[in-house]
Ligand binder design. Structure first.
Ligand SMILES: Cc1cc2nc3c(=O)[nH]c(=O)nc-3n(C[C@H](O)[C@H](O)[C@H](O)COP(=O)(O)O)c2cc1C
Length: 174
């Protein structure tokens, strides 16, 4: 099993969720974790799973304008490409299961999220969406709500069942 974890993060919260998710994934898979700015634009044919996440900005994945807003609010990361841009550019040799995640503020109802938008875009790019999960920050800059890192570790562990189901159905279809 080989898993690629790809994350975008402006204030570091989604990066921390990505790392905790990777710890859970490492219990059943080889894992490599990469900031979206350094992620390859080709997913290797032997990848079992891609786990991709970013912060929810304006009910969806970030855009250049929202990343500029985040920098104006004190984010340290530059506004290079985000998850949306990576998904638009990536190519796959074969369909690969995709799990998506995001962080967003819990204080108010959110009609859209980066994880759901990423799953939708991923499907159009040839991925097989298998799971989607939101994690919560207490405010725009963070920190994460208490317990979210453990929830992410648990999610990483639990992704095995979604992937093995998807691999089985691919085998049947093949
Ligand atoms: C420009 C901008 C737009 C945002 N829009 C939303 C939103 O629509 N819904 C929400 O719950 N949080 C929103 N947030 C809060 C982000 O989700 C939060 O900053 C993010 O989870 C922090 O993750 P990071 O530390 O990885 O950047 C927004 C933040 C910024 C900077």
């Amino acid at each position: 099993m080989k898993t690629l974890v790809i994350y975008e993060s402006m204030f570091g919260n989604t990066r921390d969720i990505a790392r905790a998710t990777a710890e859970g994934l490492a219990e059943w898979s080889d894992v490599s974790i990469t900031d979206v700015d350094s992620a390859l634009l080709t997913v290797p044919a032997d990848a079992t799973l891609v786990v991709a996440g970013g912060p929810t900005h304006a009910f969806s994945m970030s855009r250049e304008t929202t990343r500029h807003d985040a920098v104006a609010r004190g984010a340290v990361r530059g506004s290079a490409g985000g998850l949306r841009d990576w998904l638009a550019a990536v190519s796959l040799a074969v369909p690969v299961p995709l799990a998506t995640f995001d962080t967003h503020t819990k204080q108010r109802w959110v009609p859209g999220s980066a994880s759901r938008a990423a799953a939708k875009e991923g499907r159009t790019r040839g991925f097989i969406p298998v799971a989607s999960r939101s994690f919560y920050v207490t405010d725009v800059q963070g920190p994460l709500v208490t317990g979210e890192l453990e929830r992410a570790r648990h999610w990483g562990r639990s992704l095995y069942s979604g992937v093995s189901g998807s691999v089985r159905s691919r085998t049947v279809l093949d």
